[in-house]
Write a new protein. Sequence first.
Lengths: 502, 331
Amino acid sequence: MVDEKPLLVMQDIVKQYSGVLAVNHASLSLLPGEVHGLVGGNGAGKSTLIKIMAGVVRPDHGQILLDGARLDLRDGSGAYRHGLSFIHQELNLVPYLSGAENIFLGRPYPKTRFGTIDWQVLNRRADEIMRGLGMRIRVDVPVGRLSRGEQAMISLGRAFVGDARIIVMDEPTAALTDEEIRSLFRVIRALKARGRTVLYVSHRLGEIFEICDRVTVMRDGSVVGSYPIGGLSQSEMIRLMIGRSLGEGMPSARNRSGRVFFRAEALAGGPVQGVSFDLREGEILGLAGLVGAGRSEVLHLLYGSIRPKGGRMWMDDKLFAPRSPAEAIRAGLAMVPEERHRQGLVLNRSVLHNITLPALDRFTRRTCFVNRAAEHVAGQKLAQRVQLKAASLDQRVNQLSGGNQQKVVFARWLHAPPRMLLLDEPTRGVDVAARFEIYRIIRELAATGVGIVLVSSDLPELLSLADRLIVLREGRQLAELPTAGMSQETLLHYCYGEVPRA
Amino acid sequence: MREGRLLRAIAAPWTRLTRVQSLLWARKWGTLVGFAALVIFFSLLRPSVFPTVQNWSNIIEQVATLAIVSVMVTAVMVTGDFDLSVGALASLAGVVAVDLMANHGVPVVPAILIALLVGVVGGAMNGLLVAYGGLSAFVATLATMTAYGGAALLYTDGATLFSGIPEGFRWLGQGDVAGIPTPVIVMLVVVFLAWLLMEHTVFGRRLYAIGGNAEASYLAGIAVQRLRLAAFVLSGLGAALSGVILASRLFSAHPQAGNPFMLGAAAAVFLGATAFREGEPHVLGTVLGVLIMGVLGNGLNILGINSYIQSILTGVIIVLAVLISSLSRRR
């Protein structure tokens, strides 16, 4: 039934982002009429590979072949013209437009004789598409008024305009209810029966086993291999996803018997529901979980940058309820946020200005004038402490490499060491050398008694830095574990929501 | 043959500049060069009138009020916001000051202080709407511009106030200190204070940080909303001060007298943002922007070109300046 001649081949794809390899000589081939799974840990390169396939990102190297012919994609709509269709993780809907308009966005709208949009035909076709998906959703109301699940189905519908030969689904079930997932699977099976090809990307391994014929495993930007689903167990799949051995030179200095100075009880807010833990001085507490599990949000709850819906915190046995980062900072917290460019740095300003950003009032003469000499001296000292490599302190921070930018964010909190440091993916997009320097900074701070809460998708990093782990899944606290003796495999089993049998 | 070599030798340092370097150069100095070109152009065409001490003191006196409001609006634009209401607020403050003196017997100084307070309150209202009400600065100040303008008209019933103004009010707009007109002195003081505030205080540095990246500033513990509010208060204060000086210069209060400040100030800040630094508003740049517009207006007047063409040219110059600076930044 399945024709063995591949329909689409991605050959030797390479993509770098500011010196960091996101995709490293990856190859992938899709057969006609198959449902093909794509799995890999956070940051394994799945999303980048799909963006390259969609023509949204241009690869540095490699090519895509469709029916054996080289495919040149200039932009997203080019892929559509070649019969490729994409359902992205983010819904990408325009809330003011109707479901029908969203479904046909960027595609030719049906026209009347006078060249105006034929709304009747448009709505009818959209309705047909949704009914083909087994959905009864009104397509003539603004999608902003639909429920999240209905919106997800509308964005699914988009992929079925025209007659796509290959449909790529990136975490399509993230926002769906069980029932909606059932109907999605029915649709996928119907597509397959019609000889269409589906590339199915998901963190939910159970779904992969249920719906896919073959699966490709990625790890650290490379393709580990493609396997028929029948020949693979879930444990084997997880093992393939990890692969990387614990990085050498990552000693794990296990602490520690510092005093408990912070407690959180039943924290809730955003997607987070009922997270409790305590933190000792000098301890590194890791937060593990998949993307979307609510790890960053826990940090923002501690930092006062997300409004809590419930729960309480104590610092030194005094109730602690920061209403803003400014209050949290006054209480001795500090944060290295996840997205350096959006949340960490003022990119058009100098290295020095970024280092002194939160502590500028330390360098004042007569209360409000900045003492530039004192500021410069302090900046110099901090830059040295994090071993910053910059032409000068006056260099604009956007001219630095990712690793050095991250060191600038660290340096900013070392004027007076915080009591509690919140780290969100501290080494993402950081080259190896800078990465080890950042590990050194983290360890030094812990050794001086700073309590650290660390979010990282890099499992070896998490396991070697953290003393203790909390595993989150869909906003809930699944387990609290010591890291001593834990393998990546066990941890990943926890993240995927199953407690491994002893 | 020889001439050719000589020519090449002269041109060498220039041809060696890459396209990127020349763009960077244009970005940094282009606006100042444009200003110089404008001055030279008018000086050559009217050597006996334009480049004289008399004419330059004229120009500076002319632009003093616009300079005051513009450098204060710069604070708002540094944070990435916008203030459309300064013109209406200037009109309102002028009307309030004159009415209090002329019709209610309030002495000159308290009347001026109350008018300035009107500016502070109006600016604070803008700031509250934008920073705490979550409105876009454009929408909020468009609305308050309309409302403040309406208030000024309502206050005077649309009429110009010119009778019963105490002579003591004349000094602010028409007097002088040691031969220097009072508005120029006020302008110099305001420009100096604004420059000090923006470039040398913690407050100013934080405003720049907010303009560069508000979220990163917030996560670094900066009270973003409070500072945005403060910037609007400064802008309102500057508008009121200009409005009062203008009323004194004209020795009357027209409920729409200050309205042109809105476009003038925006133009000055945009022009200024293209000078010296990369598209970032700053006080000295704004002063340059004000001077460019002052020189352009004065020069074209001397040449006898009508004011409608002046408006068109001002528009063209703003587009050119911003275009050059954004083209050079695109890489």
